[in-house]
Each structure stands twice: as structure tokens, then as C-alpha cells.
Design a protein around this ligand. Structure first.
Ligand SMILES: NC(=O)c1ccc[n+]([C@@H]2O[C@H](COP(=O)([O-])OP(=O)(O)OC[C@H]3O[C@@H](n4cnc5c(N)ncnc54)[C@H](O)[C@@H]3O)[C@@H](O)[C@H]2O)c1
Length: 391
């Protein structure tokens, strides 16, 4: 197997996890998936490629997509289209979170079943977190498990969603309610896919990259502070560096704590406040990344109020977030339609409902300094105080 790759990271899973390893391959050339999958990475195994309508239409995907012929009768059902090329198949799903449904997952399974795919096949997800999560979930179910591989195409999927084995879909308006731990065998990252991302998706993914820097890398934290222009211009070598460092950092913590019993919870930094904001503001009012960035600003204010971090550290965290346009005030502007005396209580109540919160008190991921992270329970008063504008 030839690979036009410069760097490979092997993520090994714990012995009793039932999984072996994931190879993360960082490609530095431009993506030519036609050449990559049908010349350089040819395999006797049948591949079922899964993507969405937006990605299928990207200029860099055209040669790949147009090499498939549309099936006269789609196997997938109403929500997707299917295509064939020799032994392989392609299913194109609707784009975005609203298609992250069990129906879409089952349409992948149905396409494989009706195409007579056997247990040795590979499900290859080409897309953002939505496509990768659903492809992995479908792979975990089909014939009790076939190989999954991913080509992430968003910044969020590069640095977060494609790595770590969490797969699934939304259900009955609950996000990621059903799913499985089922890591991909290979993750092929071409961070140049990021160049065509809409700005809001880029900024959303960037928050997870900044989070990873805060958690694990002083060097990357400095880069975000000092090279804002290069980051915002999406200079390719800068993006390559950010993506590789973040994906490696996530892979390392996953290999140490695959089932999230310990330090993997650090990755939730900003998320408890962030999820609550997303839910109180209403779906789609604020992007996931913007919510997480605001959540990190609230978390560092909890640390400061407790006296576990210095003012200098809190200021630097807030400054980095503000530099990229994220809101860091006690009351997020997405809540401006709600009477100000109610916002803090609504956020607090939403935090109590978070599915990752198992105890009566709210568990928060906090930092006491650069790359010094811990998980701690917080009182209602502590939470409310960082959700209320101080006079
Ligand atoms: N499994 C995990 O560990 C994990 C972690 C974080 C997030 N997630 C999940 O990831 C999902 C969000 O992922 P996302 O932000 O990648 O969203 P997404 O997959 O919906 O992609 C965002 C939009 O960008 C489009 N797009 C994708 N690549 C593009 C490109 N290169 N150029 C132009 N447009 C492109 C997509 O078609 C979509 O419309 C959520 O469902 C979330 O639950 C999973």
C-alpha cells in the first residue's frame, strides 16, 4: 500500500477494549480521492463510501464522485442517493445535523445489504462529524461490525469527531442519543479540505482546536495568541500544524482512557456551559464551537472565583478566546431575547440536565493554570455567579 503521507500516528487501544488500533495519516498533498482509493490504496475488499451532498459537490471531489454511476433504483430509501463503481458503492446523504438520524444510518446499512456487501467490506465516511459519526455507527451494526475508515473534511472532524471511536446519531430531538464506541481503522486527514469550509463552520471547529491547545499544548496556545492572522487566513502550513497537534493530542488521551472513566473527561472543557447555552438559546442559534468557547470563558471564571488559578491565567484565556471573536461575557448575546433575570437560572437548569452529569451537583472541567486540568463538582451559587453580570 503506498501512501502519499508524511506523518502517521498509531492510536493503540487498551487490551480489554475489543479494539486494536487506529492509524491516523496526515496527508500533505491536495486530496485526490479518485487516485488515492482506486490506485494508491486499492484493496480487494469492497468499499461503501458515505458522504453528503455538499461534500460530493466540492471541486476537489468531482473526479471521485463523477466516477460513480447513479443506480437506477436507489437502495437507500428516500433520504439519499446511491451510486456504483465496479465492486464499490457510494451513498450521498443530506448535509448537516438535521440528517444525523437513524433513518440516514439505516440507509447506509440498507445500501450495503442490498448491494450484497459481506463482512470483509469497509465503510468509508468522507465528511464532517455528522458523516463520520453515522458511518462509524452503521459499520458497528452491519453484520455485527465491519471496518470503518474516515476522511474528515471539516476542522471539527479533523481535530475531534473522527478520532476516538464515539459514533452515533441523534434521536427524538436528543443529540447523539444512540450510538456505539466503534473506532475507525484508518483516518486519512487532508487538512486542505478546510479551505472550502464556510466561515461559521471554520470558527466553530477552531474553538475545539483552541480547547485542545489549552488542555495539552503550551506551544499551540502561544500560536493561537501570536498568529491570529495566519490562522484566520487559513494558511495551509499553519492549519496542517494545528490539525496534526490536536488530532495527536486527542488520540493520546483516548488511548489512555478509551471509555471516558478518567482524564478523557478533560475534553469536555467548556462543554457543560456550552451545551446549556446551545439548548437555552435554541437549536442553531449559536454554533457548537461558539458555545464551547463561551463555556471555557465561564469555566475559567469559576476557577478564578475559587482562587485556584491566577488572574493572569484567566485573562490570557479570555484574551485568546476574544481574539477569535468568541463571546466571553457572563450573558451570551444569543440569550438577549430572554429577560436578563432569568438567563442564569435557565442555563443552570440546562446544565443539570446534561447527559454527562450523573450527580446532583454539576461536574465541571476546570483549569488551574496552563495545561493544568481537573474535574470538580460545583455549587449552584458558584455557577450562578459566573452567569450574572457583576456591577
Ligand atoms: N464522535 C465524536 O467524538 C464527536 C466529537 C465532536 C463532534 N461530534 C459530532 O460532529 C458533528 C458536527 O460535525 P461538523 O461540525 O463537522 O458538522 P457537519 O458534519 O454537519 O459539517 C458541517 C457542514 O459543512 C459541510 N462541509 C463538510 N466539509 C466541507 C468542506 N470541506 N467544505 C465545505 N463544506 C463542507 C457539511 O456538508 C455540513 O453542511 C455533530 O453532530 C457532533 O455531535 C462528534
Amino acid at each position: 500500500m503506498t501512501q502519499n503521507a508524511q506523518n502517521v500516528y498509531t492510536l493503540r487501544y487498551p487490551e480489554n477494549s475489543g479494539f486494536d488500533e487506529t492509524k491516523i495519516i496526515f496527508h500533505k498533498n491536495s486530496p485526490d480521492l479518485n487516485k488515492f482509493f482506486f490506485e494508491e490504496n486499492k484493496t480487494d475488499a469492497r468499499r461503501l463510501f458515505v458522504t453528503d451532498t455538499t461534500i460530493a459537490a466540492l471541486p476537489c471531489m468531482r473526479t471521485f464522485t463523477s466516477s460513480f454511476k447513479a443506480d437506477a433504483e436507489s437502495h437507500a430509501g428516500k433520504t439519499a442517493e446511491t451510486f456504483t463503481r465496479g465492486k464499490d458503492a457510494l451513498i450521498i446523504l443530506g448535509a448537516g445535523e438535521k440528517f444525523k438520524t437513524i433513518e440516514s444510518v439505516l440507509s447506509i446499512v440498507r445500501t450495503a445489504l442490498e448491494g450484497n456487501f459481506n463482512r470483509n467490506c469497509i465503510f468509508t465516511g468522507i465528511g464532517g462529524g455528522v458523516v463520520c459519526d453515522m458511518t462509524g455507527f452503521a459499520a458497528s451494526m452491519f453484520k455485527r461490525g465491519v471496518l470503518a475508515e474516515f476522511v474528515p473534511t471539516t476542522l471539527l472532524a479533523d481535530v475531534d469527531a473522527s478520532v476516538g471511536g464515539k459514533t452515533g446519531c441523534d434521536f427524538e430531538s436528543y443529540k447523539n442519543m444512540i450510538g456505539a464506541f466503534y473506532p475507525a481503522k484508518n483516518i486519512h486527514i487532508w487538512s486542505s479540505f478546510i479551505q472550502t469550509l464556510p466561515q461559521n463552520e471554520f470558527i466553530s471547529g477552531l474553538a475545539e482546536a483552541i480547547k485542545t491547545a489549552f488542555l495539552f499544548s503550551a506551544e499551540l496556545t502561544e500560536l493561537f495568541l501570536s498568529q491570529k492572522d495566519s490562522v484566520m487566513k487559513r494558511e495551509q502550513d499553519v492549519l496542517d500544524g494545528i490539525v496534526e497537534q490536536c488530532a495527536r493530542a486527542k488520540a493520546k488521551i483516548v488511548s489512555e482512557d478509551f471509555r471516558e472513566h478518567g482524564d478523557r473527561a478533560f475534553l469536555n472543557y467548556g462543554h457543560t456551559f456550552g451545551h446549556a447555552l446551545e439548548s437555552v438559546a435554541g437549536l442553531g442559534k449559536v454554533t457548537h464551537g461558539e458555545a464551547v468557547a463561551w463555556g471555557m470563558s465561564r469555566a475559567v471564571c469559576v476557577s478564578l472565583a475559587r482562587g485556584v488559578c491566577s488572574k493572569e491565567f484567566a485573562d490570557k484565556t479570555l484574551k485568546t478566546l476574544a481574539l477569535y471573536g468568541y463571546e466571553t461575557g457572563a450573558v451570551h448575546s444569543a440569550l438577549k431575547n430572554i429577560p436578563s433575570e432569568k438567563t442564569a437560572t435557565l442555563i443552570l437548569n440546562a446544565m443539570k440536565k446534561d447527559k454527562k452529569n450523573n450527580s446532583a451537583k454539576i461536574r465541571l472541567t476546570l483549569q488551574s493554570g496552563p495545561q493544568q486540568t481537573f474535574v470538580s463538582e460545583a455549587d449552584d451559587e458558584e455557577i450562578l455567579s459566573v452567569l450574572t453580570e457583576q456591577e
